[in-house]
Design a protein around this ligand. Structure first.
Ligand code: BDP
Length: 677
């Protein structure tokens, strides 16, 4: 009887387990377990990476015979590969096994997206050598700015219990070409370098290695003092240098291919070389020297701003330009895409291009700290591309950030690209099903920054959902417009950082946190008053425009030539200023917020209509998130328009839906989401 009940229960559960679509498979939905037989795979050798490549084919490849061939003469492809149809078979060749694995993922992607597999002749070479995720994971399992649950890394269980997700994580990354990961928060605990933690790191590194992924760590500059008990952590102190040297040797004994360090120093209260009157270069070089013998590198962050009166948007440049040429060859300066902080839209960071003798890399944020977190559907490829395609004019026209950082423009010693991950232990990895697309897009662009946002969205949708055009086309359109939509309902026309302090989720344009630093308050950034709105960064203001190369300094310095999507970033302009379409600034602002709201409502309709083509579970989850996004968009619109109206004193255009909130009520909203600034 008991057994019977159990059987009935199991029977009832079967359909659930078969059809449950929790998003845990990401874009890796290759046909299951019916790939080719071993005799259709020709390859020599028995290397762990090669074995993974063969296993993927055996499990998922349904096409013709395949040969996997290493070929030393393909070194120039820098980890890339060739795929060629030769008579009845496909030959994948690469310098190393990892290139073969990437090639295998390439053909599986072609199969999955139903692309043609005939007459292939493909050569792939990655845009960047190091394609790295930055996890802001703390040792206690929390994640700074993480919205998909706790950390994947179960430090307390390592190395005794190995979660299956470690390998799944590595596989997902390898499938899009990501080859490096920083495991811990840039606000780093000195304990990360403790012996017991390093031994745990070793286990992760061992799991990731066959997938071509190197491990890096964020380090706390004060580690020698805090962990080693030294008197200080002065980079010129011989004992400090020796401490780092010994630490490096300890790390490399455990992890022979350890990648290196990521450092946030003298930024937002973190310790750094300046505590001892030394420069960022002194600090970075000291670490670079100890890593050099092992081939390790230092990624030194340029995200610094001091409690000075200087415009925050200028500070990284002011700090780093004088140090150009002073860094060791194995140091790369890691620069956020914008000069303030991962805002929905920023002007590009003028530091790119300005460092002419120093390797530079971009830092993006995949986790949507400032873009609705895990609640809003915002496809970030257009944001990433906007930065990469920005022309700095540093070496004349065409000096795009992509070309500066990938080594095309100047022979770079190191090329790399990074992004803050949005991955947590949630079943679907990223909180929102569509946030998976941002992880995917970063990987694909790191591999090939010439891909378009549309190509990537197309691929991702086909792999993750379906190639049915009734789903594909509208959903792709929604994704492609979603970033601009978020800008419209949050911070149009170049507005920035008017988020509520701490959590950075909702609006708080009235925020004026007296007693803290001025540049932690929204009022500092929008500068609204009865005359107008916006931050004057021209010659008559902070003169941040002078940090851009000609002709951009003039273009941005002149209200008439500044692109309107950045106009309030660079100018303080009157409420009745006439915009290009003839509307006043106030009207334009109102319509932008309104457009943002309307677009989200449109997305709700788009999504409801595609219901027949998607599983129930993901359908419902995304539908619920869109409801939140629609409510939030109205919240943003009402908060910003009602607040700015107290200065403009102008009516909200009458064809726009009236606010449904009272400003005073909105001001009372305090989300309990923790965290500083
Ligand atoms: C800001 C985040 C903060 C990070 C900081 C950083 O709010 O949590 O520590 O960036 O990048 O955007 O260091």
């Amino acid at each position: 009887m008991k057994n019977l009940r159990l059987y009935i229960l199991l029977f009832l559960m079967i359909p659930l387990t078969i059809f449950a679509e929790d998003g845990s498979q990401l874009w890796l939905r290759f046909p299951a377990k019916n790939g080719v037989s071993t005799d259709k795979i020709i390859s020599k050798g028995n290397n762990p990476t090669l074995n993974i490549a063969k296993k993927e084919l055996m499990n998922h490849w349904q096409g013709q015979e395949i040969e996997l061939r290493t070929d030393k003469s393909l070194k120039y492809l820098k980890g890339g590969y060739k795929i060629k149809s030769v008579q009845n078979k496909l030959v994948i060749s690469a310098e190393k096994e990892i290139g073969l694995l990437y090639g295998v993922y390439h053909i599986l992607r072609l199969q999955q997206t139903k692309s043609s597999l005939a007459n292939l002749n493909i050569t792939e070479k990655p845009s960047y050598d190091v394609r790295i995720l930055n996890h802001w994971d703390n040792l206690d399992g929390t994640i700074e700015r993480g919205y998909a649950g706790h950390s994947l890394w179960k430090w307390e269980n390592l190395p005794n219990t190995i979660s299956p997700r470690y390998e799944e994580y590595a596989r997902a990354n390898a499938s899009i070409g990501i080859n490096a990961t920083v495991l811990n928060n840039v606000n780093a605990s000195p304990n990360m370098l403790r012996k017991d933690y390093l031994e745990k790191v070793k286990f992760l590194a061992d799991i990731f290695r066959p997938y071509g992924i190197k491990v890096y760590l964020s380090v706390n500059f004060s580690s020698p003092k805090v962990l080693g008990g030294l008197e200080n952590s002065d980079p010129l102190n011989k004992d400090v240098q020796k401490w780092w040297k010994d630490k490096a040797s300890e790390i490399y004994k455990l992890i022979p291919d350890f990648g290196g360090f990521l450092v946030k120093a003298n930024s937002e209260g973190q310790p750094g070389p300046q505590d001892y009157g030394r420069t960022h270069a002194d600090g970075a070089n000291m670490m670079a020297d100890v890593l050099k013998p092992y081939g390790g590198i230092v990624m030194w962050r340029a995200f610094v701003y001091s409690p000075s009166k200087e415009d925050r948007a200028k500070q990284a440049y002011l700090e780093f330009v004088p140090l150009d040429g002073k860094f060791r060859d194995n140091v790369i300066v890691q620069i956020k895409n914008g000069p303030v902080d991962f805002q929905p839209r920023e002007a590009f960071n003028p530091l790119f291009g300005a460092l002419k003798k120093t390797s530079e890399m971009v830092e993006f944020q995949i986790t949507q700290e400032y873009l609705g977190q895990a609640n809003h559907l915002v496809y970030l490829a257009p944001l990433f591309k906007e930065t990469l395609d920005s022309d700095t004019y540093s070496d004349g026209k065409g000096s795009t950030i992509a070309k500066i950082t990938d080594g095309t423009l100047r022979p770079a010693k190191l090329t790399a690209i990074s992004a803050v991950a949005n991955i947590g232990e949630d079943k679907n990895w990223t909180g929102h099903h569509f946030a998976q697309a941002n992880w995917y897009a970063f990987g694909r662009l790191a591999w090939n920054h010439d891909l378009t946002s549309e190509q990537i969205a197309d691929e991702w949708i086909k792999m993750t959902f379906t190639d049915n055009e009734k789903f594909l086309n509208p959903v792709k359109q929604m994704m492609l417009t979603s970033r601009e939509t978020a800008v419209d309902y949050m911070m149009p026309l170049g507005l920035h950082h008017i988020f509520a302090g701490m959590h950075h989720y909702g609006p708080e344009p009235w925020g004026d946190y007296k007693g803290t630093r001025a540049d932690w308050s929204p009022v500092y950034y929008h500068q609204a008053n009865t005359q107008g709105l916006g931050f004057n960064r021209t010659k008559t203001g902070s003169n941040a425009v002078s940090q851009y190369f000609p002709p951009l300094n003039d273009i941005y310095g002149n209200i008439k030539t500044t692109p309107e999507n950045l106009i309030l970033w660079f100018h303080h302009i009157p409420w009745d200023y006439q915009m290009k379409d003839g509307k006043t600034l106030w009207e334009e602002l109102s319509y932008k917020y309104d457009t943002g709201v309307k677009n989200v409502r449109e997305y709700q309709k788009v999504w409801d209509k595609i219901q027949p083509y998607v599983d129930e579970e993901r359908f419902t989850e995304v539908q619920s998130k869109l409801k939140i996004q629609a409510k939030d968009a109205v919240w943003w619109k009402d908060a910003c328009l009602l607040y700015f109206q107290t200065f403009s004193k102008m009516p909200i255009p009458y064809d726009i839906e009236r606010p449904i909130h009272e400003l005073e009520d909105l001001k009372k909203i305090k989300l309990d989401m923790g965290h500083h600034n």
